[in-house]
Ligand binder design. Structure first.
Ligand code: HEM
Length: 495
């Protein structure tokens, strides 16, 4: 790897190969496509052209990297060059208050402040522990709802239950735990609507000055969605501010810091002012969105594999039983999770085989540079093929099979537990790696282990009679099951 700033090396000026396109029109057409449409095309191109492929999307080249060693060189070894985000498309810019959130924020002091605030105030292990009562509360609701449904004798379609549970957890961490189910559902409806409609607004980004006239109804719809979001979130933000100002909250014993509390006093480092209400709405909705569909998707894929492969489910249950003994009425406590290595292996295998996102969020380079022998221009967009890295047959034997046992062979990982951060070497990267790695990796793993573990400990999960579980994928905001999981669920205590 050479940096173009180094005077001793003469840099190549050749971009990684890609398909030829019509100038301007071709570039604009890509803009209307979602990543999900692009993925299979990229795979075909890479099989012919090699581990790096360029597409001309919009005004700048977009480079896609399939190779895990190149990903490590870029994101870990040269993180300072590869950690910026591209300028947001107009619709995203509008919904993020000019990219003033963590995931789309420019690599600089505001992003650093927001990311550090989230990781040190909310995602710190001790703080995560302080939300354990919320997890227990949500687990009870989830288990009860699943059992209620299964008693009707109908197959239980689990997805909406999983999503609601994951959403409740994040709402409680974000706004404190005094919210009713009804309030939570109201927020869920609005945020979901925004997420599901995002693709339909792609067309507005092709020449916004024209689309503002031609598609003004669509633009109005987008304005309304942002307004609806403010209408549900602002009252919660104001209530928390009021409690803070009156310092009421700290007087009660059960006060738990919420994400929104940490945002109220933060000061924008360049502008030297506090975040305004619209910006806090953007930041809180980012927190809810970033964690709900990702974790829900992972949860569904993992449970689907446990239904599809009863032997794996049974092995997991036996291992849980060896820790829990005859305490059938108890749930698995968070401290006990680490005593169940097979549970961790099941979760890791789920994330490897079915990463919720098949790409990371787009990165932008801050300097002209060279990767894999090709030129990567300053301000170029670069992305990494997450799914393909986890399915690399050079790293993973029989990569498309679901085999949690592969994560128990610590010899394969230098005698240590598997390192998901890829700091030494990337073998898979469902959370990204480097400076933009998902800051909630630890929280997401805890949620997956706690909920999968307890759902298997309490209930036996079976496919519906005559039904086989299809692992076909469908591309939504994340890559989900094309046929959502339906299962027969029975109480293990009553078998
Ligand atoms: C299984 C669950 C999850 C998966 C697989 C996942 C995956 C990812 C990935 C791939 C990225 C992009 C990395 C990159 O651009 O290089 C990311 C970023 C991010 N994730 Fe997650 N995530 C999960 C859960 C969560 C949760 C629960 C939260 C919050 C509570 C969260 C908050 C974020 C944020 C704020 C970013 C932006 C980081 C930045 O740009 O600096 N994620 N995540």
């Amino acid at each position: 790897f050479i940096n173009l700033n180094s005077p001793s090396k003469k840099p190549p000026k050749t971009l990684p190969p890609g398909p030829s396109t019509f100038p301007i029109i071709g570039n604009l057409i890509w803009l209307t496509k979602s990543f999900f449409e692009i993925e299979p095309m990229l795979r075909t191109l890479s099989s012919k052209l090699g581990p790096m492929v360029t597409l001309h999307i919009g005004p700048r080249p977009s480079i896609f990297v399939f190779d895990r060693t190149l990903a490590h060189q870029a994101l870990v070894q040269n993180g300072s060059i590869f950690s910026d985000r591209p300028k947001a498309l107009p619709t995203n810019e509008f919904m993020t208050c000019h990219q003033r959130n963590i995931s789309s924020g420019t690599y600089g002091p505001t992003w650093r402040l927001l990311r550090r605030n989230l990781t040190s105030e909310i995602l710190h292990p001790l703080r995560i522990k302080s939300y354990s009562h919320a997890r227990k509360w949500v687990l009870d609701i989830l288990l009860n709802n699943l059992m209620k449904k299964s008693k009707t004798g109908e197959p239980v379609e689990v997805l909406s239950h999983f999503r609601h549970a994951m959403f409740c957890l994040l709402v409680l961490m974000c706004f404190g735990d005094k919210l009713s189910q009804q309030q939570i559902e109201k927020i869920e409806v609005v945020t979901r609507k925004i997420l599901l409609s995002s693709d339909q607004f792609n067309i507005l980004n092709v020449c916004p000055s024209v689309t503002k006239v031609l598609f003004r109804h669509q633009w109005r719809k987008l304005f309304q969605l942002r307004k609806d979001r403010e209408n549900v979130l602002l009252p919660l933000i104001r209530a928390r501010r009021k409690a803070k100002d009156e310092s009421k909250s700290k007087e009660t014993d059960d006060y738990v810091l919420a994400y929104v509390d940490t945002l109220l006093d933060l000061e924008l480092p360049l502008e030297k002012r506090k975040f305004n209400e619209e910006e806090i709405v953007t930041l809180t909705s980012e927190f809810l969105n970033a964690g709900t569909d990702t974790t829900t998707t992972a949860l569904q894929w993992i449970m689907a594999n446990l239904v599809k492969y009863p032997k794996i489910q049974n092995k997991l249950w036996l291992e849980i039983k060896s820790v829990m003994g005859d305490n059938d009425d108890e749930e698995i406590k968070e401290d006990d999770l680490q005593k169940i290595p097979y549970l961790k292996a099941v979760i890791l295998e789920g994330l490897r085989r079915h990463p919720p996102g098949h790409f990371v969020l787009p990165h932008r380079t801050t300097e002209d540079t060279v990767l894999g022998g090709f030129w990567v221009p300053k301000n170029g967009t670069i992305n990494f093929m997450v799914a393909d890295m986890g399915w690399d047959p050079k790293v993973w034997e029989d990569p498309m099979a679901f085999k949690p046992e592969r994560f128990l062979k610590t010899d394969d990982f230098n005698g240590e537990v598997f390192d998901l951060t890829g700091s030494r070497e990337i073998k898979m990267m469902p959370f990204g790696v480097g400076r933009r790695i998902c800051p909630a990796l630890g929280l997401a793993l805890l949620h997956l282990e706690y909920f999968v573990g307890n759902m298997i400990w309490k209930y036996e999960w079976k496919a519906m009679d005559g039904d086989s579980i299809s692992l076909e994928e469908k591309q939504e905001f994340t890559v989900v099951m094309k046929t959502p999981l339906k299962a027969q669920i029975s109480d293990r205590n009553k078998i």
